[in-house]
Design a binder for this molecule. Structure first.
Ligand SMILES: [Zn+2]
Length: 290
């Protein structure tokens, strides 16, 4: 699933490509991707909307439309937002220009927004778990999808003190806590593994047991790993693509994720894989042993 660096990369791309454009019409072969309102109403109300801004909140992409309306897109496991041009023939989507093209993502386009400059915003989704929600900004902002989210880790006011306060009464394992969107926003399985390795902290340790030095190391590692991943436009191991259909480049920088039985970059001990709540945990049993 795309995490903070991947979603932010998509948002930054979209800002350059589609802010200021109007949506002329939409097409879909999978109306259920739009969770609310019903598809007919969505089709009517989105027509002629002007795209005023695009932002990220946790792993959600928020598209601000004129008249205080908001379009929320969550890519979930395999969603991709692409900007390009396609044509529909016999209800099949075909690319019209080369670029994204030749990419598998074209085969899974289920929703297209036609823009007033001839470009299109397309949602490709192999698994069809992606979620699109549309309504007044007030209505969307008050949904649990947004309202219950924890703080954003790359903002200026996310201080060490604020970070530490999240863990004080937290009995769950630190890796689970890092991935809980209601505690802290935007971190999933790839980056929780990477951050814990960078901070030399055992993923199985209970969050409240971290001492002040460990909390500081974790805080610094979190900023460092997420910012570096952003600079490399994210990680594509789980088939993530940017808005031009291109993979991210952080995969070559990964230190533990999917490196089971390969030597740790710090101490050469073989990286271990375990399960936690159904997700894979990758860690160095020597550097992260406490
Ligand atoms: Zn190690």
């Amino acid at each position: 699933m795309p995490e903070l660096p991947e979603v932010q990369t998509v948002v930054d791309d979209l800002k350059k490509k589609i802010v200021g454009r109007r949506i002329l019409k939409i097409w879909s072969d999978t109306p259920k991707i739009v969770q609310r309102p019903n598809f007919k109403q969505f089709e009517e109300e989105i027509k002629n909307s002007k795209i005023e801004n695009i932002r990220r909140r946790a792993k959600n992409i928020l598209i601000d439309l004129n008249n205080n309306r908001l379009l929320l897109i969550h890519q979930k496991l395999t969603g991709h937002l692409l900007v390009g041009r396609w044509q529909i023939k016999n209800n099949q989507v075909q690319p019209r220009d080369k670029g994204i093209l030749g990419e598998k993502v074209n085969d899974y386009i289920h929703l297209i927004f036609y823009l007033d400059n001839g470009q299109m915003l397309a949602l490709s989704d192999l698994r069809k778990f992606a979620k699109v929600i549309f309504g007044s900004a007030q209505e969307i902002e008050s949904l649990p999808d947004l309202k219950n989210l924890g703080p954003e880790p790359l903002t200026k006011d996310f201080t060490l003190a604020k970070f530490s306060s999240l863990f004080q009464e937290e009995k769950r394992k630190i890796k689970q806590v890092l991935m809980d969107q209601n505690v802290i926003s935007g971190i999933g399985n790839i980056y929780s593994n990477e951050i814990l390795w960078a901070a030399k902290i055992c993923p199985f340790k209970s969050a409240f047991q971290l001492n002040p030095q460990e909390r500081k190391n974790l805080y610094l590692a979190l900023g460092k790993v997420l910012n570096q991943a952003l600079r490399f436009r994210g990680t594509s191991v789980d088939n993530y693509r940017d808005t031009a259909g291109q993979p991210g480049k952080y995969e070559q920088k990964l230190k533990v994720y999917r490196r089971e039985n390969q030597p740790c970059f710090r101490c050469q001990t073989l990286i271990k894989r375990a399960k936690m709540e159904g997700r894979s945990v990758y860690y160095c049993p020597k550097c992260q042993n406490k």
